[in-house]
Ligand binder design. Structure first.
Ligand code: ASP
Length: 347
């Protein structure tokens, strides 16, 4: 990697995933390939008028193996090279991309440049690949500036199949279609057709010179508890009694509802009293939690469960890791779960 001091320049960070695979002509098997090969597969990369530098994970990773250490590594790479580039692209497997995008949105406080995650459903080396389009448009957006010469999109986003979405609002919702990601509760930040049209929901910078403040501390003592009809007390108890557990993302029904079993409310109340933070998010793709709407939700509020509003599970999980990583006590974490940090909820 070289240091670039030109006007517009983009750092392309390749972590792995389907996008970076190519078919071995002899065996037909999909294999990881390096960025040099990527440039050969996409000669259009040379047509950009700005510099594109690359940083490659060695070996490339399937995104199922991405974890908080890798988020820290990405934050480190971005903050180390922050002043040298106008924007950053992260090539990432699609499976956990929404988690990475959510985590980075919290960890990169004061971000005033685009960090765009993208990937593909078909490898770059396959004829009908969606990866080429995703990558080229992501690069164009990462280098785009407004009339005042400021980056068009100063936030962490996912670009996929013609849509730029706020990273911490996205969910992978299709394992097969090119249209794999959706931001159900927040409008797309941009749509790419003949022109790239930017929407009004893009984060506005607070001041012209916001300073990047990278965060590295994450606490992973959390669990996800997804309700289903017939869930047993022993299942709920075994999660709430995990040693060292600090927070739970409770995936409820509809607008935040749960069964009205005496043991259920009691177990939750006991956990909340012990200082475990329980956050209510809905299993529905779209819409928000309103615990005072039905008796089945109100009982959770009375037990001490906090509202996750219209948060995705990915965002609630990573935000809890981030807040707990700061060492805040349960009351403070509960309060902050109800306040947006990076546009992740609408309250
Ligand atoms: N398993 C791959 C990954 O997430 C799938 C993909 O890239 O789309 O790394």
């Amino acid at each position: 990697m070289q240091n670039i001091l030109d006007n517009t320049s983009v750092l392309l960070i390749y972590t792995g995933g389907t996008i970076g695979m190519i078919e071995n002509p002899e065996t037909g098997a999909l294999e990881n390939f390096n960025l040099e090969q990527l440039q050969k597969q996409i000669p259009e990369l040379h047509k950009f008028s700005f510099h594109i530098d690359t940083y490659q994970f060695d070996p490339p990773m399937d995104s199922s193996d991405i974890d908080p250490d890798i988020w820290r590594k990405l934050v480190h790479i971005i903050s180390e090279h922050y002043d040298n580039y106008s924007g950053f692209i992260i090539l990432h497997g699609t499976d956990t991309m929404a988690y990475t995008a959510s985590a980075l949105s919290f960890m990169l406080e004061g971000l005033s440049k685009p960090v765009i995650l993208t990937g593909s459903q078909l490898p770059i080396g396959v004829l009908r690949t969606d990866g080429k389009e995703n990558l080229l448009t992501s690069i164009e957006i990462a280098g785009a500036k407004n009339e005042e010469g400021q980056p068009m999109v100063p936030e962490v986003c996912i670009f996929f199949e013609n849509h730029l979405m706020r990273g911490n609002r996205t969910t992978k919702m299709n394992a097969e279609n090119f249209n794999a990601f959706r931001s159900f509760n927040y409008p797309a930040l941009a749509a790419a057709g003949i022109h790239i049209k930017y929407g009004s929901g893009i984060r506005k910078m607070l001041t012209k010179d916001e300073v990047l403040c990278p965060h590295y501390l994450l606490d992973t003592n959390i669990a996800i508890l997804k309700l289903f009809p017939g869930i047993q007390e022993s299942v709920v108890a075994s999660i709430l009694e995990i040693k060292g557990l600090k927070a739970v993302v409770l995936e409820t029904y509809g607008s935040g509802n749960a069964p009205r079993k005496e043991w259920f409310a009691r177990r939750l109340r006991e956990a909340c009293d012990q200082g475990i933070v329980i956050v209510n998010v809905t299993q529905c793709n779209a819409g928000t939690v309103e615990m005072d709407r039905y008796e089945t939700g109100y009982q959770l509020l009375q037990a001490g469960v906090v509202c996750g509003y219209d948060s995705t599970t990915e965002s609630a999980v990573t935000k809890l890791m981030f807040l707990l990583g700061h060492g805040y006590d349960a009351a403070e974490v509960r309060k902050r779960m109800g306040q947006p940090i990076a546009g992740e909820i609408t309250t």
